[in-house]
Write a protein that binds this ligand. Structure first.
Ligand code: PMP
Ligand code: GLU
Length: 440
């Protein structure tokens, strides 16, 4: 099975006086790869090393001004809020879906939590079904399933489809046991590939999901960062079985604020209610000031629309520029269509890398970081076979505030081009130069 780094360390048991009896599902797991690389990069920087942080998926843009203002105004709020979330926020989210996707959710269909990651975990805890995830997939779905003790089916994908989930491969998993309860995760624009799905592809996947009555967990956290602003939710084609997962972390640049939400079809109120029971016994409710601020984020506001328009323009040119850089090195990667990730395949350099003793993605990323200061995340963490020389590259090592200033100002009426990239992302240019030199 493709999988993440999992290894047992029993030495702690010998050192302690008390017997260490960890839950067997947790024993041997290591901290989440994204957070581990972030902390490692910070530690290296603190030691004085120059690090090009292309390992972590954090938005470089500041939180939009009206949202920060609203947070400031609501800092005094101290009372616990309703477990499912502030009603006013759930109303704003339901209007957001209506406005953006023409989808009709009532506030009662929405569950707010401290990050969509927590909600994903609780979903797996309360729903008794297998987890079906395409490979590659974001780093946390699989370990969450392991922790909860769910069976995982990795679905085969193909480089020539830009690693997208295909209806045929999904059906081949469902056919193994057609009546089995399943949660199928579809994440697009994708972390780690940056690719998204066409309307026809979404319709075909929706058809298979309906045929086998699976829960489709549509992780659309990068939806608003579709580079052309053309994200389409699969909930339009499978409304009765799709839960949409999203939040503030990516498009609103507020990962550290910890606010996510699930939007459920009416027929799944029982599932929302069961998740709320677990929420009430665990996180209680999401931070009150953050929820009030989130109301401003989801409300219609021309200033936020302008911010998003510029953020997309910037990500589009950076994605295109660095994708092209990879292409010129002979490195294949899917064309980025949304979010801020590239998924390069270094296979063309396999022989050269082998001569340096590098034979898998993990060693490749470790050595690249050690030799050049450029941090990437190995594809092993995304469920690819370790010997495949793919990795995730987050093109976020730039000053988001400066980039917005340039896009709103000097470049307002100009096409963003190589000159813009030089001005806004000099560190990434240097990182790419180092990768190129290293491969030589
Ligand atoms: N899904 C994907 C694909 C992600 O990249 C992330 C990382 N932010 C999450 C879910 C979790 O996001 P959060 O918990 O910040 O809402
Ligand atoms: N989602 C981000 C990433 O993939 C980081 C945050 C997280 O994993 O919780 O890098």
């Amino acid at each position: 099975m493709p999988g993440q780094r999992i290894f047992c360390n029993l030495s702690t048991m010998e050192k302690n006086t008390v017997r260490v009896d960890l839950n067997l599902n947790i024993r041997g797991l290591t901290p989440s790869a994204t957070l581990a690389i972030n902390e490692k990069c910070k530690a290296l920087k603190a030691e004085g090393r120059e690090v090009f942080h292309l390992g972590f998926g954090q938005s470089p843009f500041p939180v939009p001004r009206p949202v920060v203002e609203t947070l400031r105004e609501n800092a005094w709020r101290k009372d616990y809020l309703a477990v499912k979330g502030l009603y006013e926020l759930r109303e704003a989210i339901s209007h957001f879906w209506e406005r953006k996707q023409g989808l009709s959710f009532s506030p009662e269909d929405i569950l707010v939590g401290p990050g969509s990651k927590e909600l994903l975990f609780i979903l797996q805890l309360v729903y008794y079904g297998d987890l079906v995830i395409p490979t590659p997939s974001w780093v946390s779905y699989y370990p969450q399933a392991l922790i909860v003790g769910r069976r995982v089916n990795w679905v085969k994908t193909h480089a020539e489809d830009d690693w997208r989930l295909t209806p045929e491969e999904l059906e081949s998993i469902c056919l193994l046991d057609p009546d089995r309860p399943r949660i199928v995760v579809l994440n697009y624009p994708s972390n780690p590939t940056g690719a998204t799905y066409s309307i026809d592809q979404l319709k075909e996947i929706a058809e298979i999901a309906r045929k086998y009555k699976v829960i489709l967990l549509s992780d659309e956290i990068y939806g608003e960062l579709h580079h052309l602003g053309q994200h389409v939710s699969i909930a339009r084609f499978y409304p009765e079985g799709t839960i949409i997962s999203s939040g503030l972390s990516k498009w609103c640049g507020a990962g550290g604020w910890r606010l996510g939400m699930f939007s459920f079809p009416k027929s799944m109120r029982w599932l929302l209610d069961a998740m709320a029971v677990v929420a009430s016994e665990t996180f209680t409710a999401t931070s009150a000031p953050i929820q009030y601020a989130a109301v401003a984020a989801f409300k219609e506001d021309p200033e936020i629309d302008a911010y998003l328009h510029q953020a997309r323009r910037i990500l589009r040119i950076l994605g295109k520029y660095f994708h092209n850089e990879l292409h010129e090195m002979g490195i294949f990667a899917p064309k980025p269509q949304g979010g801020f990730y590239l998924f390069p395949n270094f296979a063309r350099y396999r022989d050269r890398l082998l001569s340096k003793g590098i034979h898998n993605s993990q060693i490749m990323c470790e050595r690249l970081l050690q030799d050049t200061g450029v941090a990437l995340l190995p594809s092993l963490d995304f469920g690819r076979p370790n010997e495949e020389l793919t990795a995730r590259l987050s093109y976020v090592d730039f000053d988001g505030e400066l980039a917005l200033e340039l896009a709103f100002g000097k470049y307002a009426d100009k096409t963003l081009d190589a000159a813009f990239v030089r001005e806004c992302a000099p560190r990434m240019l240097e990182a790419f130069k180092r990768i190129r030199d290293w491969l030589r």
